[in-house]
Write a protein that binds this ligand. Structure first.
Ligand code: VTB
Length: 328
């Protein structure tokens, strides 16, 4: 037994960041303007993240500096003091669902020691499989879909028919959907939001067993930070959009054949993850406004200890608006 003192849990500070993003973006729910919603979340994240005592560098953000004025790859956030950290941020995962006011839009951020997060480079997409703790040792991104489902079912003591697979509803997934149906598993098609769906595979009451298909690489890194802490697993492979992107990636030293394990996506247990609901979904409630305030619902996880916390906060705008530069 080690006799070290408990250390700071940055997830408890991160949750203020995702709460602020949700409160700001929540005003845009159903308004059809995903850019304005994202922008509001970005500004709130930057403002609150800069109050955290850390020397953070964005590895997963809104893009390169020239295309993203804020939260760009390489941007420094925090007070500049130690610890030195990598930051992954998806101000809103599910901007389209937010704009339509449908389920499962979240604000999410993760932190991990400097150098431990996978840099997606030019690769916007990766093929992925995510599962919860019981099936963590059996998934193989190179095995046929039916084989993966059989192994997952066996690991969970279930039949393939009992499994529910989450897949992004995209034309590129027609073949995958056919294969899952043929294997006999059930499917939930989602419009957006594979971070929360990956996370749900590790939450027994969510009813979701597996996430499969081609989604965002940045989302894959965020999901890996959460799943590593929750004891689940995610594996994948980069999926270039074109031969040009593949060539560019190869030039930059990426191996397109390489299987990306969870450890490749985030190589440290000492990661922190926070997510706050913007629109209500299966796991998190969306922002609920009332006279002079709002309530938010968040999940925060610390990799080192595996502690998950559910944080329901009541925010008082009459007080906040006196001290904050964000008008809630
Ligand atoms: C997914 C989904 C995200 O991007 O990663 C997806 O989880 C990537 O695929 O919420 P598409 O380009 O086909 O959308 C999002 O939809 C965010 O844009």
């Amino acid at each position: 037994m080690m006799d070290t003192k408990p250390t700071r849990n940055l997830a408890l500070e991160l949750v203020r960041v995702t709460e602020a993003a949700s409160l700001a973006a929540g005003r845009y729910v159903g308004k059809g303007d995903k850019i304005a919603a994202d922008h509001a979340a970005v500004e709130a994240i930057r403002l609150v993240m800069n109050t955290i005592q850390m020397n953070g560098t964005i590895v997963i953000g809104e893009g390169e500096k020239d295309e993203a004025p804020m939260l760009y790859h390489g941007e420094k956030l925090g007070t500049g003091d130690e610890p030195n950290l990598d930051i992954a941020v998806d101000p809103i995962d599910g901007t389209s669902v937010l704009a339509n006011g449908t389920a499962n839009a979240i604000a999410t951020v993760a932190l991990a020691p400097r150098g431990s997060m996978f840099n997606p480079g030019p690769f916007m997409y990766m093929d992925k499989i995510a599962v919860g703790p019981e099936a963590k040792d059996v998934i193989d991104i190179e095995a046929p879909v039916a084989e993966n489902l059989r192994r997952i079912a066996r690991a969970k003591g279930e039949q393939v028919e009992d499994l529910k697979v989450v897949i992004l509803e995209r034309d590129r997934h027609k073949g995958l959907i056919d294969e899952v149906r043929k294997a006999g598993a059930r499917i939930r098609l989602i419009r957006d939001g594979d971070v929360i769906s990956a996370l749900m595979t590790a939450v027994p009451a969510s009813g979701v067993d597996v996430l499969m298909g081609i989604g965002g690489t940045p989302e894959g890194v965020l999901a890996a930070c959460a799943l590593r802490a929750l004891g689940g697993n995610i594996v994948g492979k980069l999926f270039p959009r074109s031969e040009k992107e593949a060539a560019l990636g190869r030039e930059q030293g990426y191996d397109l054949q390489k299987i990306l394990t969870m450890n490749d996506l985030v190589s440290s247990d000492d990661a922190f993850f926070a997510a706050t609901g913007v629109t209500s979904g299966d796991l998190l409630r969306g922002v609920d406004y009332f006279a002079h305030g709002a309530r938010t619902d968040s999940l925060v996880v610390r990799g080192l200890t595996g502690t998950e916390r559910r944080i329901i906060s009541t925010h008082h705008f009459d007080k906040l608006n006196e001290i904050s530069s964000i008008h809630y």
